[in-house]
Design a protein around this ligand. Structure first.
Ligand code: FAD
Ligand code: SF4
Length: 533
């Protein structure tokens, strides 16, 4: 053929730039379900199922449009990896050129470049126009600055794309309304939780779920609640549901966490439950979050349409600006920024280990079987749905990884494995950069450390826990609290020297020598017995 177009599992947009200029008479498309992509990290069953189902639905649409396509299904071919399948097809079809849209993973880009050299075939890697800031533009914006700040990037993007702007000024006269956002639910808990939108399991998804159960039976996670959009139409329905029923409340509840009496970790749902129980359990993990990350990352949705829908809801339905701005900041700001930083800092980011942490990931990260209730709940729902919201990822599982001095490689592999929205360009900077400070503060002004008091303030997890967030040492001490003070002791000088953390260092200085010794002794016990917590 003339051109062999490679479409990867997270490139399921019909305006995929690799298809520009496609001529059905001389070009051909290749899509591959490669087992290695599910096993490089020990992927959650729902993550594998989501990618495969969305790919198969997309392939059906390409075929219906009359585009010539080779689709290699799991189990129906013997190629272990993407590279092996591509190599065989290049040999067979002898294309003049391979064309692909920029992949979302450095490793895949390298594999493509290697293959092109090895096969003596021209390779065109086209800019991924899904993103609103190209890699080249981000590089220009970042310049030679050592430290990058999302806030300035976000303001630049707002002006550049004319989002929530009025006569050159930010709508409402401010860039940020965080003072109105980020509240806890208080003691009463959330009132009138919105229901999660439903996705019908059609014949394609049904087959995929069976394939995943057959090929990856030992993998973590459950397929019992497969709730994710696998087509653009379903993703648009999720977007509409979010705008109509959740966006107005998004801001105030963005950071709050809540365990309902039927929440995951308490129900038997991972082992098989009645449908009624699963309905109950669904409401709590999702709260007022959009659940759009996987649809955006698979490119079933375009960020421009998501942002436009939110802005329109502010202008036409008068939804609160604090919520709308808070949401737009995540998509136009954080998501684009994170992608820019990934490509700017790879491959170094993947091996960064600022604190030289070396401990092994506790085994209960894969089971949720720990006495620490916040982790039990967060990991429980992660295994059940492949989902946790941002603060659960940053301030529960991520914070523990940092305070417990876990090797960043092991934490990163876990995040890449267990979330349905995980693709390396977004997972790695969030984990290495935001949660673990493994890249030494390249885009955060301080490590995100906190004691159990933060989790107590933002959730009801501590009420159901054997540990007490206010205790620093002793058998009932909250491990977060012990390890937080231990962390302050260990990094006192750098914390004291940074205006953003100086207050924490001062608080540590107020502890007397005996208390410091008790903390050190208990932290030692905790760190040497992580699996038993
Ligand atoms: P909402 O809370 O409704 O937010 C709206 C949208 O904003 C999201 O759909 C997402 O597209 C975007 N967004 C919000 N925060 C971020 C962020 N920090 N970086 C990039 N985009 C953001 N997100 C992923 O998509 N894939 C990942 O693999 C991933 N790994 C993470 C790992 C860690 C340690 C942390 C702290 C965060 C990670 N995030 C990741 C970011 C964020 O937690 C998820 O995007 C969000 O929880 C998805 O749920 P939602 O769609 O309901 O988001
Ligand atoms: Fe988590 Fe500590 Fe609260 Fe237990 S006491 S739920 S471990 S923060």
């Amino acid at each position: 053929c003339r051109h062999l177009i490679l479409i990867l599992g997270d490139q399921l947009n019909h305006d995929n730039p690799a298809l520009d200029g496609f001529d059905a008479a001389q070009d051909h498309i290749l899509m591959v379900e490669a087992p290695a992509e599910a096993t490089l990290v020990w992927s959650h069953k729902a993550r594998i199922a989501l990618f495969l189902s969305a790919m198969r639905h997309f392939a059906v649409q390409l075929e219906a449009a009359g585009l010539p396509l080779t689709y290699l299904k799991l189990g129906a071919h013997a190629y272990p990896s993407l590279s092996a399948a591509w190599r065989a097809q290049v040999l067979q079809l002898q294309p003049q050129k391979l064309i692909v849209c920029e992949p979302g993973e450095y490793r895949v880009l390298q594999a493509l470049e290697q293959l092109a050299v090895e096969m003596g075939c021209a390779l065109a890697v086209r800019d991924d126009t899904h993103f609103m800031c190209s890699r080249a533009d981000f590089k220009r914006w970042a310049g030679s600055n050592k430290s990058l700040r999302m806030e300035f990037f976000y303001r630049w993007m707002r002006k550049r794309h004319d989002v929530l702007m009025e006569a050159g000024e930010p709508a409402g006269g401010a860039w940020n309304f965080d003072a109105d956002n980020r509240q806890s639910f208080g003691k009463r808990g959330p009132q009138q939780l919105p229901s999660a939108p439903a996705v019908a399991v059609d014949a394609i998804t049904h087959d995929v779920l069976a394939d995943v159960a057959f090929h990856f039976p030992e993998h973590p996670g459950s397929l019992a609640h497969f709730v994710w959009p696998v087509t653009r139409a379903q993703a648009l329905a999720f977007l509409d549901d979010f705008i109509q029923h959740k966006l107005g409340q998004f801001g105030p509840h963005q950071d709050a966490m809540w365990q309902s009496s039927h929440g995951p970790g308490q129900s038997k749902s991972m082992l098989g439950e009645t449908p009624g129980e699963s309905q109950q359990a669904q409401a709590t993990p999702f709260l007022w979050h959009s659940l759009l990350s996987s649809s955006l990352n698979l490119k079933l949705l375009d960020p421009r349409e998501v942002i436009a829908a939110a802005e329109q809801a502010y202008r036409q339905q008068r939804l609160p600006l604090a919520s709308v701005e808070g949401f737009i900041r995540q998509v136009l700001g954080w998501r684009e920024f994170i992608r820019g930083v990934y490509w700017l800092d790879m491959p170094g980011m993947a091996s960064a280990n600022h604190y030289q942490h070396q401990r092994a990931l506790p085994v209960w990260y894969w089971t949720g079987d720990t006495h620490m209730n916040c982790l039990r709940q967060t990991i429980g729902q992660t295994l059940e749905y492949g989902y946790a919201h941002h603060i659960q990822r940053l301030m529960v599982t991520g914070l523990f990884g940092l305070l417990a001095e876990i090797d960043p490689r092991q934490v990163e592999a876990w995040y890449l494995a267990v979330y349905v929205d995980a693709v390396e360009w977004v997972e790695l900077p969030n984990t290495a950069g935001m949660a673990l400070y493994a890249n030494g503060g390249r885009f955060t002004s301080k490590p995100y450390v906190a004691s159990g008091a933060y989790i107590k303030r933002m959730s009801n997890y501590c009420t159901g826990c054997r540990y007490k967030p206010e205790l620093r040492s002793g058998p009932e001490a909250c491990p977060y609290t012990t390890l937080y003070w231990h962390f302050l002791a260990k990094h006192h000088d750098t914390f004291a020297a940074n205006p953003r953390t100086a207050l924490m260092a001062k608080n540590f200085e107020r502890l007397d020598a005996d208390e410091r010794m008790r903390i050190a002794a208990h932290a030692d016990k905790v760190l040497n017995g992580l699996d038993a917590l």
